[in-house]
Write a protein that binds this ligand. Structure first.
Ligand code: NI
Ligand code: MN
Length: 227
């Protein structure tokens, strides 16, 4: 699996020859300017955790340009369906075998409304697994006991992508607990620095993870790594 960070909570994951774009918020993100462009990104699928603008901003344009299929909860996929965009609706606790692997839509504690005020269903996260690995993409969420269900119902995680910016989601200490709940010591941080409310001290946060025997990866925007 290859991961490219496009800023905020947006990652491009390449696996089994498919390109999966998670929570695209690129064109409005000042931090992504000059590093990633929403106009250049290729995607076969766009995975949306919830309806907030900072997770869906570029989804429509990228889906239109690339023909990518939108995967999200029923309400969000239906909303894009009315714009003639193809999608695959899911709901909490359900999983489906796609051509890139098995995907499960899991709980998140947050809110979810679409940019025009339409109800966006309940927010979620995803667990994805195939022969190349298994990871959890938490979306925007508080620490929740439901995370403990993930190691009981999914293969062993290789890593988790967790929000760490606090204020709107978990902060550092709770993300560390979340990594215990989902049973991984490797975390890739997201949902930090984009806005004033979620600015973090990178070194301090990394050290907090290290002190608990965990690794926190903060990928520079535009950088890729293989997992
Ligand atoms: Ni949100
Ligand atoms: Mn958000």
């Amino acid at each position: 699996m290859k991961l490219t960070y496009a800023g905020h909570s947006c990652f491009l994951v390449e696996t089994k020859g498919k390109k999966l774009l998670f929570d695209p918020f690129i064109s409005p993100n000042e931090l992504s300017k000059g590093k990633v462009s929403a106009d250049d990104i290729e995607a076969d699928y766009i995975l949306l955790t919830h309806g907030h603008q900072d997770h869906v901003a570029d989804a429509e344009a990228i889906a239109k340009r690339t023909g990518a299929k939108i995967i999200s909860n029923f309400e969000i996929v239906s909303w894009y369906g009315e714009k003639d965009l193809e999608g695959h609706p899911m709901n909490h606790g359900g999983q489906w075998k796609f051509d890139f692997g098995t995907l499960k839509y899991v709980s998140a504690i947050h809110s979810s409304v679409l940019p025009d005020g339409t109800y966006g269903g309940n927010p979620g996260g995803f667990v994805l697994w195939n022969e190349e690995g298994c990871f959890y993409f938490a979306g925007d969420t508080a620490l929740t006991m439901d995370m403990k269900l993930i190691p009981m119902t999914c293969p062993k995680l290789d890593f988790a992508i967790l929000p760490i910016g606090d204020n709107f989601t978990m902060g550092t200490e709770e993300a560390i607990l979340a990594s215990d709940f989902v049973e991984t010591n490797k975390v890739i941080g997201c949902h930090y620095d984009t806005f004033g409310y979620i600015e973090i001290d990178h070194d301090a946060v990394k050290k907090s993870f290290e002190d608990k025997g965990k690794e926190l990866i903060l990928l520079p925007i535009g950088d890729s790594m293989s997992m």
